[in-house]
Every structure is written in structure tokens, then in C-alpha cells.
Design a protein. Structure first.
Length: 529
């Protein structure tokens, strides 16, 4: 049996109703704050994540799903060769089992050629190929002629070897449309993609962009409750030129207030907002220096990852989960001691606005977030009921990210909610948001499927949620089916009802049954909601 890949899962009804409820609620909130949706591709060039998120982060160094995509160069060249020379041959067979990936037996009027196609052939195999061919095709009258086909850049090298082995060499140009290999990655997060899109589409012309997204992300982490390899994020980014207000602490506070509103509206209780400032680029340089110095005498006692991080990117030591390293990490200097005056002020202003709008927070100067692009405000919302994976969302400011991807200065701030974790926190109320059918339409007897389908179409046009039975069902089975799916009403469609153009409508909760004229059915069903 083929199962879903480890770390991925199917979302089934009734749980999907909860996902839809969450997504509808967040869309409402985003619209109230004047955010607009952006959809970026699921995969991007690997380079994007390496540069935006950082080579030394766990996400990039350990967790990405990266794959190489290339047209097979040998086949591309073979096709170019075939196009050019097909008319010279009577038949052409692809040869299997040889040391060469692409070799053809090309049958001509007088004899056979074995054509081996480059690039990057192992030329030392050429004599083996000749021997193999000779032994496997004893019926051939003539020893086949060996021909090697290579692209122009390999001609010189190939000529030496073909000459040595008395083999004919033909040079074939690459076709125009040949694409070189590409390294692609399934997005592990969406900020990099959004900033790439911001630069690519010159969104700065629009002033401040307030964008939101909902979609899958991919990380090869160890799966457990609340941690998956395909998971879903609901995120938002506010980005634009500083002149449009993108750098203002008011933006940070607005984002945090939005999140508090959103969690409250969804009925998530007992969340905690943890807040820190990770400073700007210059603070980071002095802080990294201080960390490096503090780590120097102790790093040998730490895990191998930390030993490397201590040299390459000391901030990432804070991502370490190894228990034995934690006492050492506790003693390291904190970023809060290294903030310059503008950063300190910015952070204070964010806190002041939050206090004035009544959003509670806790300062946590160990919170540095696991991605390299953060500057200044960094935050996480945690939720007690989630256990080990208690971060329900995270985010922060990333003022230099656009420049590091080759764009103009474009300060920004954003967040991403782990939708899987949000739904886990909401799970108890699944029953309440599940939309049940208003009515189950039960055709009774031959020829009634047609009538029932007509009625269903009429009712659905009036936004009645209707489900449809089958004329072969006995009445008892129809009642059982309707009750099982939680329908409020059952509507009987029999020959007498059709003749009278009035139908028996039974309320499955109260047991009350009335006969309702066709024209009043939708109204009667809707009015009792
Ligand atoms: P992040 O902290 O890496 O930030 O992820 C945000 C949230 O995604 C986490 O708090 C968690 O709820 C959820 N999450 C992460 N990994 C998994 C997983 N394997 N399974 C289930 N849920 C997971 C970012 O991704 C940033 N792009 C957020 C951001 C936007 N910063 C600025 N703008």
C-alpha cells in the first residue's frame, strides 16, 4: 500500500472545516487592516533561500528540499545529432547496457555505426565499448565503425582520445534552447519569495505594500506532533521605501496588534507574546564580535555545530537544542546590551504603542529567531497547550533583506503563523464550525432521482446547503443517512409530492413534519437557521 510520505499528511473532513473557518477569519482580519493577498511559487532558485535566510541556519543547511533540474545533456546532444544526420541512416536503435548513457546503433546502407554521444564521456571506455559491441553482435558482417559525437567545447580533448583509438569524431552544436542545470528548492518559508517578488515587480512604485499569504512550506525536520515536513503558514509582510513609513515603529506595533486581534477573534486563549530587538547591522557586527570572544574559551566543550557556528555565525549558537550546551549559552552576552541609540529608541516606541493599545508582551533577550535576515524587532507568540512545539507564530523586521537580494533599500516587517499549530490549538471547537447540510433530499421510488435533482438545484441557488439521496434507498435508509450527516431537515420527493407540487419536510431534531409548497421550500428551510 502506498502511504503519504513521512512528515506529510492528508487533511480530511471534518477537520478541513476548521481550516476553512480559520482561513476565512484571517482573510477578514487582513482586509480590515488593508492587507492584500500575494501568491508566490512553491519552488524558487536555491540561491534565494541561501542568501535571504542564511547558509548557516538550520533551515538552509539541514532542512531544505533541493533538487536539480536539467535537460539530460547527452540526450539533448543526441537529438541535435539525429536531426542533422537522420537521412543518412536506415534505422537507429538506442543501445542499452553500455558504459555510455547515450549510444546508438545507426544502420546505414553498407554497415553499422555505433554512435556514442557526449558531453563528458569517459574516453578510456572507448576500447571497452568496441570490444563489447563486437562480442554482442557476432552476426554483423562488418566490424561496426565507432563514431563519437561531442559539443564544440570538448572537441580538442576528444580529438586526442578518438585519434588514439582510431575513432571518428563529429562535433555538434548545442541547440539554441538548451537550458543549463538549475538548483531549485521547495520553499521552506515565504518571506524570501515575497521580497524577491517585491524586487522583480518593482513594487516600491506602489508605496507601502501590505501583503498576506496562505500556503504550504517544506522543511525536512524530524516529524512530531505540531511539526511536519509539509506544513502551512498564514503570513504577512509590510515592505516599502522608508519614505512610505515602512521603518516606523508604528508598523511593528500594528502587526503585533493585528496578531493579538486575530488570535482573540479565533478564540485562542493563553497566548504569550515574547518580544526582543536584535539590533541593526552595525549592532550585529559588534555583538557577533563579543559572542565570538565569549565563545572562544568554551567552544570546544560544545557540540560540533556550535563549534562551527562560533566561527562562521556566532548568533546561530542560540538555535542550539543540545541540552549540555545550554548552561554555556546562558552565560553569553545578550543582544540588548549592544543596541545603538536609534535601535533602542525604535524598540522603546514599539513597546509604548503596544502598551497604549493594551497588547501585553514579555521581553525575552534570548529570542534571536532562527533566520538570518532579522533586524530590530523580533517576536514569537507561544501557546501553552501545544507542548514542545509551542511557537504558534514568529516574525520580525528585516530592514536589509531587499538590498542583500539585489533590490533597493526597502525596510520591512512580517510574521508567519504555523496554521497546523493554530488548528491544533483550536481543535476542541471543531464541532462548532463544521457546517452541516440544511437538508437531505430523499427521492422515493423510480423516476424520482430526476425530480430530486431539480429540487436540489433550485434550493442550492438560494444558498441552501443540500445533499442528495438515491431513489433506490428505502425511506428508512434515507432517514439514517440524513441523521448520520447531521442534516437539519429531510425532504421527501415521492410521486404524490411531485403531483401536488408540495413536499414533506421533516425537522430531524424536533420530529415535526409539514407539507411545504415548492415555491416556499427555500424560505422555510432558511428561516429556521
Ligand atoms: P518561522 O519561525 O521559521 O518564521 O516559522 C513561523 C511559524 O511556522 C512557526 O512559529 C511555526 O508555528 C510554523 N512552523 C515552522 N516550521 C514548522 C513545521 N515543520 N511544522 C509545523 N509548523 C511549522 C518564518 O517562516 C518567517 N518567514 C516568518 C516571517 C515572516 N518573518 C518575517 N516575515
Amino acid at each position: 500500500m502506498i502511504k503519504a510520505v513521512r512528515g506529510t499528511r492528508d487533511l480530511l473532513p471534518p477537520e478541513t472545516a476548521l481550516w476553512n473557518f480559520v482561513e476565512a477569519a484571517v482573510r477578514d482580519v487582513f482586509h480590515a487592516y488593508n492587507f492584500h493577498e500575494i501568491r508566490t511559487p512553491i519552488f524558487e532558485e536555491t540561491q534565494l533561500f541561501a542568501r535571504a535566510v542564511g547558509e548557516e541556519t538550520d533551515v538552509v543547511s539541514k532542512e531544505m528540499y533541493t533538487f536539480y533540474v536539467a535537460d539530460d545533456p547527452q540526450l539533448v546532444l543526441a537529438q541535435a545529432w539525429l536531426l542533422k544526420h537522420r537521412s543518412n541512416y536506415t534505422t537507429i536503435d538506442r543501445l542499452g547496457g553500455y558504459a555510455f548513457k547515450t549510444a546508438f546503433a545507426a544502420h546505414m546502407q553498407n554497415g553499422v555505426e555505433v554512435v556514442v554521444v557526449g558531453p563528458s564521456l569517459n574516453y578510456f571506455d572507448l576500447p571497452t565499448l568496441r570490444a563489447e559491441w563486437n562480442s554482442s553482435a557476432p552476426e554483423a558482417e562488418q566490424e561496426p565503425k565507432l563514431v563519437v559525437v561531442v559539443p564544440p567545447e570538448e572537441e580538442q580533448y576528444a580529438r586526442i582520445h578518438t585519434k588514439e583509438n582510431d575513432i571518428e569524431l563529429r562535433v555538434v552544436e548545442w541547440p539554441d534552447k538548451y537550458e543549463p542545470p538549475q538548483s531549485l528548492t521547495l520553499r521552506p518559508e515565504n518571506t524570501a519569495g515575497v521580497v524577491r517578488a517585491y524586487i522583480e515587480h518593482k513594487l516600491w512604485d506602489r508605496g507601502l505594500s501590505k501583503l498576506y499569504y496562505i500556503g504550504p512550506q517544506f522543511r525536512r525536520e524530524r516529524p512530531q506532533k505540531g511539526r511536519y515536513r509539509q506544513f502551512y503558514q498564514i503570513g504577512a509582510e509590510v515592505i516599502g521605501p522608508a519614505s512610505a513609513g515602512s521603518e516606523s515603529p508604528a508598523r511593528d506595533a500594528e502587526i503585533l496588534e493585528l496578531l493579538a486581534t486575530l488570535l482573540d477573534r479565533l478564540g485562542i486563549q493563553n497566548w504569550t507574546l515574547e518580544l526582543n530587538s536584535v539590533g541593526c547591522r552595525s549592532d550585529r557586527a559588534t555583538y557577533n564580535e563579543a559572542l565570538r570572544k565569549a565563545l572562544e574559551p568554551v567552544k570546544d566543550k560544545m557540540c560540533t555545530d556550535c563549534q562551527r557556528r562560533a566561527v562562521t555565525n556566532p548568533l546561530r549558537v542560540f538555535d542550539c537544542k543540545v541540552p549540555a550546551d545550554q548552561p554555556i549559552i546562558e552565560t553569553l552576552p545578550r543582544i540588548s546590551q549592544f543596541l545603538d541609540e536609534p535601535c533602542r529608541k525604535h524598540f522603546e516606541q514599539v513597546q509604548e504603542i503596544l502598551k497604549s493599545v493594551g497588547v501585553e508582551f514579555q521581553l525575552n533577550d534570548r529570542l534571536v529567531r532562527g533566520l538570518d535576515y532579522y533586524t530590530r524587532t523580533a517576536f514569537e507568540f507561544t501557546h501553552g497547550a501545544l507542548g514542545a512545539q509551542n511557537a504558534i507564530l514568529g516574525g520580525g523586521r528585516y530592514d536589509g533583506l531587499s538590498e542583500s537580494l539585489g533590490g533597493p533599500s526597502a525596510p520591512g516587517i512580517g510574521f508567519a503563523i504555523g496554521e497546523d499549530r493554530l488548528v491544533l490549538a483550536l481543535k476542541e471547537s471543531a464541532e462548532a464550525v463544521q457546517r452541516k447540510p440544511d437538508v437531505y433530499i430523499a427521492p422515493l421510488g423510480a423516476g424520482m432521482d430526476r425530480e430530486a435533482a431539480r429540487l436540489a438545484r433550485e434550493l442550492r441557488r438560494h444558498d441552501v446547503i443540500a445533499d442528495l439521496g438515491d431513489e433506490t434507498f428505502r425511506l428508512k435508509k434515507s432517514f439514517e443517512t440524513a441523521t448520520k450527516m447531521g442534516a437539519r431537515y429531510i425532504l421527501i420527493v415521492g410521486e404524490n409530492e411531485v403531483k401536488a407540487n408540495a413536499f414533506a419536510l421533516k425537522n430531524l431534531e424536533s420530529g415535526q413534519q409539514v407539507s411545504v409548497p415548492r415555491a416556499e421550500l427555500a424560505k422555510t428551510i432558511q428561516s429556521a437557521k
